[in-house]
Design a protein around this ligand. Structure first.
Ligand code: VGL
Ligand code: ZN
Length: 194
């Protein structure tokens, strides 16, 4: 496959935060292994002055998704804590970079970067029609962000070499990838970009 990055593209890096990395509160196995590859994609977009969006889980202490507050997850990505910070090696462009916080109110959860955020309006304002998506977790926030983008009418390129899943049930990530492709996302690896 050959894919060319165009003026109407944006990159969305999903939830590359310490709590989702090995040693974190809700670790994605090998979540940190995709940092170098994601940095390559970021550099590519940065080099062409194209926007890069970083989503982050940004929960209050009493968030509804936490055990003891009605949810299934251990507390994670609590606002302003070390666990909520981006992995220290993530490349952060100085220009044309946007941080999108989600799951910020106690009573609502958001697996999609579009849910309750300004992500769609920022993309639209910039004339973006296609998004490249990578990050964690394949079977939760990546999946929901990709499906959200498709529902909103964006074309979606799924970065197969820049995603990792949690696999609460074995095979969850593989099934999530199949679902995203079934819905119209196109899966690529960095060598497909020309
Ligand atoms: C996520 C579980 C809970 C994710 C966020 O970023 O995929 N997963 N909150
Ligand atoms: Zn969360």
């Amino acid at each position: 496959m050959r894919v060319r990055v165009t003026e109407k593209d944006a990159l969305i890096v999903v939830d590359m935060q310490n709590d989702f990395m090995p040693g974190g509160a809700l670790p994605v196995p090998e979540g940190d292994s995709i940092v170098p590859r994601l940095n390559e994609y970021i550099e590519l977009f940065e080099g062409r002055a194209l926007p890069v969006f970083f989503t982050r889980d940004w929960h209050p202490e009493n968030h509804i998704s936490f055990k003891g507050h009605g949810g299934i997850w251990p507390p994670h990505c609590v606002q302003n804590t070390e666990g909520a910070m981006f992995h220290k090696d993530m490349r952060m462009p100085l220009d044309n970079k946007f941080i999108i916080s989600k799951g910020t109110s106690p009573d609502f959860d958001a697996y999609s970067g579009f849910q309750g955020t300004v992500l769609d309006s920022l993309l639209r304002e910039r004339g973006v029609t296609r998004v490249f998506v990578g990050g964690v977790a394949t079977d939760y926030c990546v999946k929901n962000t990709v499906l959200g983008a498709l529902n909103l009418g964006y074309s979606v390129i799924l970065l197969l070499d820049g995603i990792k899943g949690v696999d609460v049930k074995p095979g969850d990530s593989e099934r999530a990838i199949e679902l995203m492709l079934d819905r119209g996302a196109v899966g690529i690896e960095i060598t497909d970009i020309t």
